[in-house]
Ligand binder design. Structure first.
Ligand code: HEM
Length: 468
């Protein structure tokens, strides 16, 4: 009797498994039968890389969208890709079906930033890191560093007076110093120059061929990375000895609950500098260009910022900016939003399908890259009328859902967005109340490397308003 019931149970389980397997096959076959999205894959291996990178990417995307619609396939950098340019589809990839699309980067980037950096992960480890990063960059934490950021902004601008400068390069110095402040508090002072020297060598290798042989840029870059990790290890060990509590990013990474190794901390610190510096510096460069070209917008921003100074003076609050002051800058905030939209410095981001996915009636095969096109979403007349016009007043009303995503969306969206906006507001406050600037040479071109930037980094002459 016992044998019979065992047999029945075994038969039942086998049949169920078989049935499940058939259903799965049917389903998988069903997906496999779906068509690939429209588009062309170009030549073997090189695909359409040349067409994308040899021109303004907007032209490439616009011609494809016109021909194939908001979802199309192509082949770039050795990978088959699906590009998507509707807000709804971007939300599906980044939020609703985020588990089916993992972040993906070239292996050389992973080696340079460090395998354990937040960008490359999903699941529990990613969630833990994200909590630690958000803790350091949420308003409650960055409120405390407003006056320190202000000191950096003031001395940066003072150092630029009366010189012909490359705006982007100088803004990179500013955003680098703010990044170090937010990561180490004031602990990095001793090591600042060494950190800077190593990081600057490291970044020269970001877009180089990943050939690790003596003499190559990549090799120099990897050496600098090692040195950087050694400096970070020293800063960490000094902190361990002093046992003080810190509210900066390193403090968050070293907290009791964090349970991160020194290597994990180093990878993530290098990663955050990478994410924080060039992005924010590009946006600042675009702001100087846009408001420099739009006198009425510049006047409105200047009046708003002067109003804040006047009000502080009348209330006997002194000249030092506070967190509440930065919340009284609606016009400047709209200028930042419009700059993020118009410049769309990150034209797109990369994901990879972790399995065959059915997407809007098409098959996205496992392993294919999927690129939500931020720039197209921000420049579609359906989402923003007259998209090529710089018009901060369009942000007097909220944009339609999922149409304004300069900081991404979903589990990997930018945890540093509050800090980025804060450091931009503070620099613009001092820039517009104390300085004037003129753009030198042609400034209508755009270069992409990898962020969209005004041609030649926007050369300008900056002078104090009180000087003749
Ligand atoms: C205006 C400046 C900035 C822009 C436009 C920007 C934009 C973005 C975008 C679009 C993403 C998501 C990428 C994706 O989904 O693949 C992202 C991620 C990230 N950003 Fe930013 N960012 C800026 C500044 C900053 C700053 C100042 C920090 C740090 C202080 C920072 C730290 C990060 C980190 C750590 C991630 C990865 C998050 C994750 O994978 O969970 N960013 N950023």
């Amino acid at each position: 009797m016992e044998f019979v019931s065992m047999f029945c149970l075994f038969a039942f389980i086998s049949c169920s498994l078989l049935l499940l397997h058939s259903i799965f096959n049917l389903f998988a076959f069903g997906i496999k039968k779906l068509p690939l999205p429209p588009g062309t894959l170009g030549r073997p291996y090189i695909g359409e890389t040349f067409q994308l990178y040899s021109q303004n990417p907007s032209v490439f995307f616009a011609s494809k969208v016109k021909k194939y619609g908001s979802i199309f396939k192509t082949h770039i950098l050795g990978c088959p890709c699906v590009m998507i340019s509707s807000p709804e589809a971007a939300k599906l990839v980044l939020v609703t079906k985020a588990h089916l699309f993992k972040p993906t980067f070239p292996a050389s980037k992973e080696r340079m930033l460090g395998k354990q950096a937040i960008f490359f992960h999903q699941g529990d480890y990613h969630a833990k890191l994200r909590k630690l990063v958000l803790r350091a960059f949420m308003p409650e934490s960055i409120k405390n560093i407003v006056s320190d950021i202000e000191s950096i902004a003031k001395s940066s601008l003072e150092s630029l007076e009366g010189r012909l400068i490359n705006t982007y390069q100088e803004m990179k110095t500013y955003t680098f110093n703010v990044a170090l402040l937010s990561i180490f508090g004031k602990d990095d002072m001793l090591y600042r120059e060494d950190l800077k020297r190593c990081y600057y060598i490291l970044e020269t290798g970001y877009n180089s061929m990943p050939i690790n042989l003596p003499g190559t840029l990549f090799h120099k870059s990897m050496k600098a990375r090692k040195e950087l990790a050694n400096i970070l290890a020293k800063i960490i060990s000094v902190r361990r000895e002093t046992k003080q509590n810190h509210t900066d990013l390193l403090g968050s990474f070293m907290g009791d609950q964090a349970d991160l190794s020194d290597e994990q901390i180093a990878d993530n610190i290098i990663g955050v500098i990478f994410a924080a510096r060039d992005t924010t510096a590009s946006v600042l460069t675009w702001i100087l260009k846009y408001i420099g070209e739009n006198p009425t917008v510049l006047q409105a921003v200047t009046e708003e910022q002067e109003g804040i100074m006047r009000e502080k003076e009348e209330n006997g609050e002194g000249q030092v900016l506070t967190w509440p002051d930065t919340k009284k800058m609606p016009m400047t905030t709209r200028v930042i939003q419009e700059t993020l939209r118009a410049a769309s410095i990150l034209s797109f981001t990369f994901r990879e399908a972790v399995e065959d996915v059915e997407f809007e009636g098409y098959l996205i095969p496992k392993g294919w890259k999927v690129l939500p096109l931020f720039r197209n979403i921000h420049h579609s007349p359906d989402n923003f009328p007259e998209p090529e016009k710089f018009d901060p007043s369009r942000f007097e009303v909220s944009p339609k859902p999922n149409t304004f995503i300069p900081f991404g969306n979903g589990v990997h969206s930018c945890p540093g967005n509050e800090l980025a906006k804060l450091e931009i507001l503070i620099l613009v406050h001092h820039l517009t109340t104390k300085y004037r600037w003129s753009m030198m040479g042609p400034h209508n071109g755009i270069q992409y490397g990898p962020f969209a930037l005004p041609q030649n980094g926007l050369p300008i002459m900056l002078s104090h308003k009180t000087s003749s």
